[in-house]
Design a protein around this ligand. Sequence first.
Ligand code: MSP
Length: 523
Amino acid sequence: MLKFYITTAIDYVNASPHLGHAYEKVITDVVARWHRAQGDETFFLTGTDEHGAKIVRAADLAGKKPEEFVADNRKQFQELLELLNISNDDFIFTSDQKRHWPGAVKLWEKLADAGDLYKAKYEGLYCVGHEAFVTEKDLVNGVCADHQQKPEVIEEENYFFRLSKYAARVKKAVESDELRVLPESRKNEVLAFLTGNVEDVSFSRPSKDITWGVPVPKDPEHTMYVWAEALTNYISALGYGSADEARFEKFWPADVHIIGKDILRFHAVYWPAMLLATGLPLPKTIFVHGMILSKGQKMSKTIGNVINPVEMISEFGADAFRYFVSREIPFGEDGDFTRERFREVYEGSLAHGLGNLASRTAAMIEKYFSGAIECPEEAERMSVPTRRELRKEVSSERVSLSGESIERYFTLGVVRFFEDAMASYKLTDAISVLQAFWTLLDGYIQDYEPYRLVKTDPEKAKIILWNVAWHIVRSAVLLEPFMPETSAALLKLFGVSRADAESPARIVISKSGPLFPSKEEKK
Ligand code: MSP
C-alpha cells in the first residue's frame, strides 16, 4: 500500500476565515479523498498559524490575551472544516506547546548544530501584513502594495539562517524535479529567484518586542521568527521532536504541500533549505494554486467585494461550493468568485444539469417500470450507442468514440481522462469531464426519447434508462472526492452501493428530495 501525505498551509488566525482559506481546504480535500479512494494510506494535515506580530496586534485590538484570542478564532477555522466536509486526519496549531513546540525546537537545534544559524545585526524593513522582511523594491509609494501598510523600520540583533549556503542545492532540486514545483510557471518563478543573489534570512525577533511565539532554545531573549517555526508544523504534527516519531518516519516526506502563490518562496526556498541543512528528505511536490478574486480584484473590505464562505455554504450547501471552486477556478491560476456567477452555476450546471438528469431518470424508472430494473445483457446494453461526442475541450484526443456504447464511452473516454487529470493535479479538467459526460447523458435521453419509446418498444426504453441510470451511478463514484454528499445521494437514489457500482444486478429507485433545491423548495 502506498502512503500519501498531503498538507494545506496553516492559516493565520488574526481574523475570521475567508474564501481563500475555504478554497485551499476544498482542493486539498479533493486530492486527499481521491488518494484514499485509490487505496493509498492517506494522511491529510491542516491547521492554524497562531504566532507573530499580526496576531498579537489583532488580539490587542480585540482586547483579548493572545492565547484567548487565537483559541476563539481557531474555532471558526475548525467549524469551517466541518461545514465544508473536509476529511483531514489531523489539525495542528502552532501555539500548541505539547505538539508543535518540541518539533520547532528540535529543528532549530539541528540548524544551530549544523552551524547554519548566526547572530547579526538586522537593519531593514518589516511588513507585519506579510510577516516578512521587505526591501525598498517591494514598496509602492513607500507602502507595501499588498497590505497598503508602511513597513516598520527595524534595527535589532537577530539570528540569521544561512539560506545563501543552500540556494544552489535547492535550485538543483527544483530544476531536476527532485522537488517538483507545479505548475511550471511557479517552478520558473522559484528558479528565477534562486538564480539571483540569495541572502541569508533573519530567523528570530527580540522577545522584548515579540513574546508571543516559540522561544529560541538556550536564548530566551529571542523568539523564533514566525515562518521559521510555522513551516515545521508539517513535521511536528507527525511527531517530529516528540518521544514517538513513528508517524514521522512513516509519512515524511510530504507527497504534496498545497499552498497559494503568495507563499511560494517560503515553501520552495526556505523550507527545503531548512530540510537540507538538517539532513531531512525534501517534500516531493509543492502545488501552488492561484488567488480567488472577486470581479477581477483582490477581495478587500475597502472595495466591499468580500464574500463570506460560511454564508455561501449555509445557503447552497458544501457540495455546491466544492463544485464551484473546483470547476470555475482553473486549478493553478487565479479565478473569479462572485455571488452572481455562483447562483448561475448552481441553477444551471447543478440544479438543471446534474440534479435534473438524476431526478428525470429516476422518475421515468418509477413511472414506467415500477421503480426497479434488472441489468440487461451486455449485447443489449451495447445495442443502443450514443450519437454524441463529449464536448471538444475535454474529450481525450487518444480515443475517438463516436457511435460507441455509453459504457465504452465511460471507460475509455471519461475514466481515463479523469484519472490522468487527477494524477497531474488538473482538478478543473477532471470535474469538467464529468460535467461534459452528464450533458452527453442528457443528449442520449433526448436522442432516444425513452418516454415515447416506452409505448412502442418498452424493452429498448428500459435498456436506455438502464444505461443512463447506471452511468449516473458510475460517475457518482468518480465524483466522490469533489462532492461527497451528492455522490452518496446519487448512489442512494438508484439503490446501488459503492462496491456494486461497476456491476450492479439491479437498480431500485428510492424516493428523495431534489439534490440541489431552489430557495422555494428549501422552504
Ligand atoms: N500562515 C501562513 C502560512 C504558513 S504555512 C506553514 C499564511 N496564512 S494565510 O492565512 O495568510 O494564508 C493561508 C493560505 O490561504 C495560503 O496558502 C494562501 O495562499 C491562501 N490564500 C489566502 N488568500 C487567498 C485567496 N484570496 N485566494 C486563494 N488562496 C488564498 O500565509
